[in-house]
Structure formats: C-alpha cells, structure tokens
Design a protein around this ligand. Structure first.
Ligand code: GLC
Length: 470
C-alpha cells in the first residue's frame, strides 16, 4: 500500500513504513500480524512470532492508514486461540487467557497457528496483559471502522466475557487490583513486579471500561456487567489514593508509624518509611509533580517510575486530570532521567547491586540501566505522544520524536537502548524490532493528526456515574 502523505516519501518515515510492511505475517493468504523482529544477524528465538502486546502499535498504525483488514484478521484468529474449555486436569491455563504470541505453522499443505501461553517462553512467564491488550485493540478497531457487529457477534461476546470472568473471579486477594505473578506484562522477566504492578492495573481498568462498552445488555450478561461496574469505582479510587506519590503524600509516608491495627489505620499497608528512598525522592520529585508508584502490597511501596503504567493510566482516565498533568510535568522536569537520549525509560531508577542480584535473580540482561531494568524502549514513544496530546503537552512529544528520528533509522530500529541516558544500543537488542518501528510511526501519526487520539483515549468517568454494588 502507498500513502499520499508526502512525509512518507521522506526518510525516515518511508523507511519505517517499508520495514513495518516487511514484517507482516500471512495466514491462509491473508495478513494476520507482524513478526516481533526481522533481524537476520541473530538467532530468532521467539522473535519470529507475532506477540499480542507488540502488535498493538502496528494495529493502530494500520487502522490510522485505513488498512483495517490485518487488524480484523488478528482479532479473529487470536480469539480462536483463547483458552475456551474448562480443563479437568488443571494443568492448562485458565479459561479466557490469551497467548503471549503465535506463529504460523505448516503441516503438509495445511497451515495452522501455534500459540505460546508462556509454556515455552524464557522463564515460563504468564502473559496476563495479552487479553487486556486484545480488548484495547478491539475497541480501537471499532472506533476506526465503526464495525460494532464484530464485537457483537456471538464469538466475540463469549471471548470478552471469558476475559472478564478470568479477571474478576474471586480469588485470595482483598484489594480491587489484579494480583499477578512477576513478569506478567511487557516486563516479561523477573524484576520484582509481582503482586499488583501498575501496568497491569492500568490495562485492567481500560479493559473493564471496554468490556462494559462492548458487552450487550442482556439477561445473560447482567451479572458480569454488574461485576464490572462494581469493580471500576474501587479500583480507580484505590489507585488514585494509594499509588499516588507527590510531595504531599511523601510527607505523609515519611511520618508513618507502623503496627497500626483496625479500620482507622492511616498507614494501611504497614509501610515503613525506611523502606522507601525518601531522601532521593524528596530531591527528585519536582515541585508540582507526581506519579503513580509501581506496586503496593503489605509493607511494600515500590517507588520506581514505570512509564507504560503511568502513561496508560493517563490514557485510560485512571488518573484524575490534575494527576495526569502532574505526571507529564514530572516527565518534563526529569527529562534527562526519563527520556534521556532515546524516548523513553521503561522504569526509573534501575535496581542495583544486591537489589539487582536478589530481585532479578542476577539476570545479566537486566543489569542496572539495561533492558527492563532501566533501559530505554523506543516503542514507548507512542504512549508518550498520546498522553502528551491528551494533556496539552504536544511540544514535549515533538521533541521526543525528533530525538527518536535522529537515531532510530541510523541504528536500524533497535529493540531497546542501554545506559543511564539511553545512549548505548541495547547489548542484546534486536535490530528491525517491529514495535520500535511502529511506535515511532504511530507517534508521528498522532502528532500529525491529534484526532487519532480517539482510538486510544478513554474519557475520565466521573465517579458518581459508576454504579456501586447493589
Ligand atoms: C521481550 C519483551 C516483551 C516483548 C518481546 C517480543 O521479551 O520483554 O515485552 O513482547 O520481547 O518483542
């Protein structure tokens, strides 16, 4: 496909667009997704598969460019891979789970899709985020094409319901957040994000909103719709209140006493001030800034800044308008730390020394300021651009895009960058990483026409509009 947009005739967009197309996978003669990377110089491992989370930025670029067919095919075929049957031996993944990735296989003349639910992945990690991203793509597809009939078809209604049932099933936890194992999202290696990581909560919130939008009003759906409505309010309230870090909340935490029992405890999670880096944080947090913490649990407040979670919280309306402004202000004021020489850092700061050893299992790929442990990931630029448009900070995103344009094509679109300021090409980064390419194109498209924000944006739901449990 060729586009009229003249910028596509110029470097680096023309090159990026070509590379994105080169990564397209076909299934039974039709486009169905993109390879994670097309780097002929290294062993492909599982980068020759289409990852659900990686396809999100490609899907959005294709939708913006009017090429909805690949997105539709992706939605239909990944839905077919979703676990649908109750397993009697209890060794299979739960119903509703979507795979991390899939691959087109050949058996004689027949083609079929082989899914990986994490059973072959490095570390055997569970892709909790896949089903949440799948809903995100479905909503964007409907917004772009108006094809509501796809979401209303029996198969899709069943798929959405299974995802919701899997997320909302009563388990051991008492919080409104989703309790997940470590490495259950983009950070798919051990990095001390087990429990209630922000990224999953922000995606979960967007998924709840999407499902309540797309599930038909029927007798059959009444219970699940009520369960969704009952969860939205406490989830938003919990995150806005307990995850929020600014100078005011830091001051409150600094004064915390431990060992409080009962309903009136102010330090509900028994956080000990000595467990958080309040000295560094009190210097790092800009005046008027703030952000959502990475995780909260008993005696645990992870103060690292996680970019995907914070930016998705802005897009999904999980943060209030003033919290969203404060997050963008923090990014702007701490540009060197969070953007550096390549937008943008996956998390800040990195785990070091003994923390790195104990909390990552001494994973050499995740050494301080590498890969998931404080590396810079170009794909995140589209989330930065979308959140910047939403909060009226386009200039920031333009600066970031300029930085990316000056390096990504020359460096052959690496998967990630290393170093405190993201100056080094990732030690083990793939080249021609598809979501680096698509994330870059998407940021450019969003900034060229901010109306495309509609595909990924959720208006903040006024709390009084969410029905409470009856
Ligand atoms: C790495 C990333 C993961 C991504 C995959 C394919 O494992 O951590 O988020 O989906 O590569 O690009």
């Amino acid at each position: 496909m060729t586009y009229e947009n003249s910028e596509y005739e110029t470097m680096p967009y023309a090159q990026a667009w070509q590379a994105l197309q080169n990564s397209t996978i076909h299934y039974k003669g039709r486009p169905v997704g993109n390879l994670a990377a097309c780097d002929p110089s290294v062993e492909s491992l599982n980068y020759d598969q289409c990852f659900i989370r990686d396809f999100v930025s490609s899907a959005l670029v294709f939708l913006i460019k009017g090429d909805a067919e690949i997105v539709r095919n992706f939605l239909v075929h990944t839905l077919e891979l979703q676990i649908k049957q109750r397993q009697l031996d209890f060794l299979e993944p739960g119903r509703g789970l979507m795979p991390a990735s899939f691959k087109v296989m050949h058996d004689g003349g027949e083609e079929y899709l082989k899914a990986d639910f994490g059973e072959r992945a490095i570390g055997r990690v569970t892709p909790v985020d896949s089903c949440l991203w799948w809903l995100f793509v479905l909503r964007a597809y409907i917004r772009a094409t108006g094809d509501l009939s796809l979401a209303h078809s029996a198969d899709f209604q069943k798929g959405i319901k299974l995802i919701m049932s899997l997320c909302l099933v009563a388990r051991f936890d008492m919080y409104p957040t989703l309790l997940v194992p470590d490495a259950a999202c983009m950070i798919d290696r051990r990095l001390d994000i087990d429990g209630r990581p922000l990224e999953i909560q922000a995606l979960f919130y967007a998924a709840l909103l999407t499902a309540s939008e797309l599930l038909l009003d029927s007798q059959e759906n009444a219970d699940i719709k009520q369960a969704i409505a009952n969860r939205l309010h406490p989830l938003a309230d919990h995150i806005r209140h307990h995850y929020w870090l600014d100078l005011k909340s830091l001051n409150a935490i600094y004064q915390y006493k431990g060992e409080e029992y009962g309903e009136l405890a102010t330090n509900e999670f028994n956080i000990y001030p000595d467990s958080i880096p309040y000295d560094e944080l009190s210097r790092w947090l800009p005046e008027g800034g703030g952000y959502l913490a990475g995780n909260i649990g008993p005696s645990r407040l992870d103060c690292r800044f996680f970019s995907l979670g914070n930016l998705m919280a802005i897009l999904s309306g999980l943060t209030t308008a003033s919290q969203s402004q404060a997050i963008m202000h923090t990014i702007e004021q701490r540009w060197d730390d969070l953007i550096g020489k390549m937008p943008m850092k996956i998390c800040f700061p990195a785990l070091k020394d003994r923390d790195w050893k104990l909390l990552t299992g001494s994973d050499p790929k995740n050494r301080p300021w590498s890969y998931h442990n404080g590396g810079n990931w170009p794909v995140l630029i589209w989330l930065l651009a979308a959140a910047a448009i939403k909060t009226g900070k386009e200039e920031m995103a333009r600066e970031a895009l300029k930085l990316a344009a000056s390096r990504l094509p020359n460096d052959d679109w690496p998967e990630y960058y290393d170093g405190k300021n993201g100056r080094l090409i990732g030690k083990e980064a793939r080249k021609y990483q598809t979501w680096s390419i698509a994330g870059f194109l998407l940021a450019k498209e969003l900034l060229s026409n901010p109306e495309h924000l509609n595909l990924v944006n959720f208006e903040e739901v006024p709390m009084y509009a969410i029905p409470l449990a009856s």
